[in-house]
Design a protein around this ligand. Structure first.
Ligand SMILES: Nc1ncnc2c1ncn2[C@@H]1O[C@H](COP(=O)(O)OP(=O)(O)OP(=O)(O)O)[C@@H](O)[C@H]1O
Ligand SMILES: [Mg+2]
Length: 233
């Protein structure tokens, strides 16, 4: 589709016009893909940064190029065995420094200024890795606190498996407890209800199904500085 341009939000001036034409786009994407997988002598983090610029410059879609490019970063790190799961939330660093991010992309286009761009992306990886490690520590801290709290307030239903289960996802179903082999349906439902009674979970209806939200885990996941909520009483 011709006519895609990137404009400056405040002035409306055209900042960048992506390449046009199906054949050209396919050639550029093939070249991008070859570099991604064949340039083995270059560190994968550098390749990720180069390819993120290049993907955004090719800009193959009319919309969604930013989001797609940011997801590709993580999938690439998983593919390259640098991550087991796509949990490095690189978008956080990019979105927080959007002005700088846009300016650096522009600088590559207009001045071949690769070095500041690569350093920016490497710094984003480092910063996000440290931030995510702190997040994981906070989740483990909450796990310890929740364990102690359930042991104290509902000793009869406590098991390590049950408490760990409500940390697998921020929201559990009765079927999750059953499938984990912790209890049959009736008992599983009673366990979750009791966790609601002591204030660890919150029950919500989703259609006919009951969902059990873990609000303290949600708080830690959403917290910018990984605040671990306390259990009172
Ligand atoms: N000067 C530039 N050169 C190349 N790419 C750019 C430039 N400025 C911005 N971009 C990229 O274009 C993306 C926006 O394009 P598009 O609107 O298609 O994606 P999006 O996913 O809707 O956006 P968003 O990043 O806001 O979620 C930006 O996120 C950035 O990655
Ligand atoms: Mg958009």
């Amino acid at each position: 589709m011709p006519g895609t341009t990137l404009t400056n939000q405040s002035t409306g001036a055209i900042v960048y016009t992506p390449p046009q034409g199906a054949t050209l786009l396919r050639d550029l994407l093939a070249n991008w893909e070859r570099y991604l997988h064949d340039a083995n002598m270059i560190d994968p983090l550098i390749r990720m940064a180069v390819c993120h610029y290049q993907f955004e410059a090719i800009h193959p879609f009319t919309d969604g190029n930013g989001r797609t490019g940011r997801i590709l970063n993580l999938l690439y790190l998983v593919e390259q065995d640098l991550l087991d799961l796509p949990i490095l939330y690189l978008s956080r660093a990019i979105i927080r420094n959007k002005t700088e991010y846009y300016a650096l992309l522009n600088q590559v286009t207009s001045n071949d200024a690769w070095e500041p761009w690569l350093l920016y992306m490497l710094a984003a990886v480092a910063e996000t890795a440290l931030w995510t490690t702190e997040k994981i520590h906070a989740i483990r801290e909450l796990l310890r606190e929740t364990t102690a709290y359930v042991q104290r307030k509902a000793a009869s239903l406590y098991s390590r498996e049950l408490v760990e289960l409500i940390f697998v996802q921020p929201c559990s179903r009765i079927s999750n407890v059953v499938e984990a082999g912790i209890a049959k349906r009736q008992t599983a439902s009673e366990y979750l209800k009791e966790l609601v009674d002591i204030g660890v979970l919150k029950e919500m209806k989703a259609g006919r199904e009951k969902l059990f939200i873990h609000p303290n885990l949600m708080t830690v996941l959403k917290s910018e500085d990984h605040v671990v909520p306390n259990y009172r009483a």
